[in-house]
Design a protein around this ligand. Structure first.
Ligand SMILES: *Cc1c(COP(=O)(O)O)cnc(C)c1O
Length: 421
């Protein structure tokens, strides 16, 4: 009897892209199985009962999560929606807004403010650097009439991968003695790196669900300080959908979301927040620090003339959630396509000024050494496969970096001393 064993057509080099696909883009990030499973539930009563408890528990927990005693709002929206919620609730047409450029994202937020009728000024970035606190202080000192009503900045710019020092920018505002509202976009990095809204004097924080928070895209968040809530009362850009007053009516659960709540997303977020609580926020931050250190060790080892280099020039300004790698003479799009089609790895595209000249490695959220080393090893294999200039093995450097953080150094080689069954 002949057995027919299915086979591929002859000729083509078989792709290795089987097994679990690795998504290493800076958002949406990898969703934990626990979070995915939490969403697979029937729709509940949206006016009363268990869902209301889930939703109120989230709203009660969210302020502490960012270190504020202020108000938290959840909207059915992506990050762009959260931006608009922040702007419409605090600004009036004609208000002047200062945008601190450090890549792409604060610019986009400012463009929204312009469409709302605000006067937008962009404080240009130093090339490939973070926002300069001294420059902010000087600009605010020059605004003697306090025309500037709000300052927009991102904590991490996901295009350049720059990290901005929010505490230092607050000190600059205080030194200048300027009363503008301080609004910070933490969409890329909330739940991954240190953030202290009240300690750092932030008036409005915005975030989204799909990056550090490990939930699907579709929830936008705002946190508002008491000062922001007071300014809100007089704001004239307010609209029905985003309105904070309408959304803060006690006992009116349906109005919290200006309509039907994003039920499945709330279940997902509840599970993701439980995971972050189990780990402990400071451990989450530390884990991101170690894994980002490994990604940077890899890029530093790969770097070579005509080849790869960091997009961010100053090491202290490189973020712990995403690393943008400039590709020099190497075709970034070819690299990404080969990694994706042949090896099952999706890397982030170069954005804005870095379009086609860079790739980005997201290292945020549900991430551990095997996932990150898999990504870095696949990038390295892709580069080696066409003889790109490489300074050395990034994988070896990343593994060495992680080795220093495995806590194994207390166990002497070849002994079980210190082993606790
Ligand atoms: C992802 C991101 C946004 C946009 O979020 P969307 O959910 O895509 O609308 C804005 N700002 C930063 C810093 C981001 O990383």
């Amino acid at each position: 009897m002949t057995v027919h064993q299915p086979d591929a057509p002859v000729g083509a080099t078989p792709s290795l892209a089987r097994g679990r696909h690795m998504l290493s883009i800076p958002g949406p990030s990898v969703m934990p199985d626990r979070v995915l499973a939490a969403m697979a539930r029937a729709m509940p009563n949206i006016y009363e009962g268990p869902l209301v408890k889930v939703s109120e528990a989230l709203l009660a927990k969210l302020p502490g999560f960012v270190g504020t005693t202020g108000h938290a709002f959840i909207a059915a929206a992506n990050g762009h929606g959260a931006w608009e919620m922040a702007l419409t609730n605090t600004l009036s047409p004609g208000d002047k807004v200062l945008v601190c450029e450090s890549g792409r994202f604060a610019i986009g937020w400012g463009e929204q403010a312009r469409m709302l009728g605000c006067e937008v000024e962009v404080m240009p970035a130093r090339p490939r650097r973070a926002v300069d606190p001294a420059a902010l202080e000087a600009r605010l000192r020059a605004d003697t009439g306090h025309a500037i009503k709000a300052i927009l900045v991102v904590q991490v710019d996901t295009a350049s991968s720059v990290w901005n020092d929010i505490a230092a920018l607050r000190r600059a505002i205080d030194t200048a003695g300027h009363p503008a509202l301080f609004m910070v976009d933490c969409i890329a990095c909330l739940g991954c790196i240190e953030y202290r809204m009240d300690d750092w004097g932030v008036d409005v924080t915005v975030a989204g669900s799909q990056k550090g928070l490990m939930a699907p895209p579709g929830l936008g968040f705002c946190w508002a300080s008491p000062r922001a809530m007071a300014v809100h009362v007089e704001a004239r850009c307010r609209t029905a959908y985003w309105d904070w007053t309408a959304r803060s009516q006690e006992g009116r659960h349906y109005l919290r979301y200006c309509g039907t709540p994003p039920v499945s997303h709330l279940y997902a977020l509840t599970e993701a927040m439980a995971m972050l609580e189990e780990e402990g926020l400071t451990n989450v931050w530390a884990r991101h620090g170690v894994l980002a250190g490994a990604a940077r060790a890899a890029v530093a080892a790969w770097a070579a003339p005509g080849g790869l280099e960091f997009a961010v020039l100053e090491p202290a300004e490189r973020s712990d959630v995403v690393t943008t790698v400039l590709t020099g003479g190497i075709d970034a799009e070819r690299l990404r396509t080969i990694a994706e089609d042949r090896a099952g790895l999706t890397l982030g595209i170069g954005l804005g000024a870095f379009e086609c000249r860079a790739f980005r490695i997201g290292h945020m959220g549900h991430l551990n050494p095997p996932m990150l080393l898999g990504t870095l090893g696949t990038v390295e294999a892709t580069l080696v496969s066409w003889g790109a200039p490489l300074g050395g093995s990034g994988v070896a450097a990343a593994a060495a970096h992680i080795a220093g953080h495995l806590g194994a150094e207390t166990v002497p080689a070849g002994s079980l001393q210190g082993f606790n069954p």
